[in-house]
Design a protein around this ligand. Structure first.
Ligand code: G1P
Length: 296
């Protein structure tokens, strides 16, 4: 099996859930403590071993790519002032052997369509997909643990991997939901998926195991996406293409060890700031002390 080095990150969305913040600033560029959300997502991918980052974007969201490109004016100014610490923060975001390339999605036609837009860059390789709204927080600080775990499970089990997390029953209609025939989920384990359904109505979902937005998929997925007709919400759904994949090869749902922070929602975004703030070397202790003093 070829090495798993490519990860597709769709960033072309309109960010309607976080308006007005995302009117001009892409939601992926909103700051959690001192870094934009997209930097956490790319750092997770790199720490999990991915080397080729493929952003599916729109020209108007140029600031996302720009964040990872050299900024000569700023770097020269920091150098001239001897601010080497800050210089390292802007210059050394990514290791030298990691590349970022971009594909464009001109119209919002769904997650499946966004992933398909990356086909020319993915080619015949197996690949990962990471949705940038969701940050995965692991209390031990290894936030890439779960992504690394599903990349290994893909290779060992020869099965596509879909990361899942249990959600309250009344929230199933906001997610893709997996049917694993009633399998009991323990953190880190993978179970065969019988079927997947995108945003089932409350009361008709096969389980409460929700797709959180980290996938390891075989190259074949692209061909299936090309045949996928619009589904839930009139959009081309990645869930539907993976459902078709189940007929050809094993697809497994992997129960994550970490906790999700959905930065595409107001509450999730605030929780992310607190979680990552508490572990930040500069402000963590002061934030913890302040939180303790409050009478909520
Ligand atoms: C997408 C996927 C869905 C998944 C969700 C996670 O939906 O289609 O299966 O559960 O991301 O955030 P979206 O949120 O783009 O509507």
């Amino acid at each position: 099996m070829a090495e798993l080095t490519k990860i597709v990150i769709p960033v072309a969305g309109l960010g309607t859930r976080v308006l007005p913040a995302s009117k001009v600033i892409p939601k992926e560029m909103l700051t959690v403590v001192d870094k934009p959300v997209i930097q956490y997502v790319i750092e997770e991918a790199v720490a999990a071993g991915f080397k080729e980052i493929i952003l599916v974007t729109r020209p108007i969201k140029k600031s996302i790519e720009a964040h990872f490109e050299p900024h000569s004016e700023l770097e020269e100014a920091l150098l001239a002032k001897g601010k080497t610490g800050q210089l390292a923060l802007v210059r050394d975001i990514l290791p030298d052997d990691v590349t970022i390339s971009t594909a464009f999605q001109d119209e919002p036609r769904g997650l499946g369509h966004a992933v398909l837009c990356a086909e020319p860059l993915v080619g015949d390789d197996d690949f990962a997909v990471s949705l940038p709204d969701v940050l995965i927080f692991n209390p031990d600080g290894d936030h890439a643990h779960d992504l690394r775990n599903i990349a290994n499970a893909f290779k060992q089990n020869h099965a596509a991997q879909i990361m899942v997390e249990a959600v309250p029953d009344d929230q199933v209609s906001s997610y893709g939901i997996v049917d694993c025939g009633g399998a009991e989920f323990h953190p880190g384990e993978s179970h065969n998926v019988i079927a997947m359904v995108e945003k089932p109505p409350v009361g008709s979902a096969p389980s409460n195991q929700s797709i959180i937005g980290r996938y390891i998929l075989p190259a074949r997925t692209m061909a299936l996406l090309r045949q996928t007709q619009p589904g839930a919400g009139g959009e081309i759904q990645l869930t539907d293409a993976i459902n078709a994949l189940i007929a050809e090869m094993p697809v497994q749902a992997n129960s994550m060890r970490g906790q999700t922070c959905d930065c595409g929602s107001k509450l999730g975004y605030l929780i992310a700031n607190i979680r990552y703030g508490l572990e930040h070397p500069e402000i963590g202790a002061a934030l913890a002390a302040w939180l303790k003093q409050q009478e909520f």
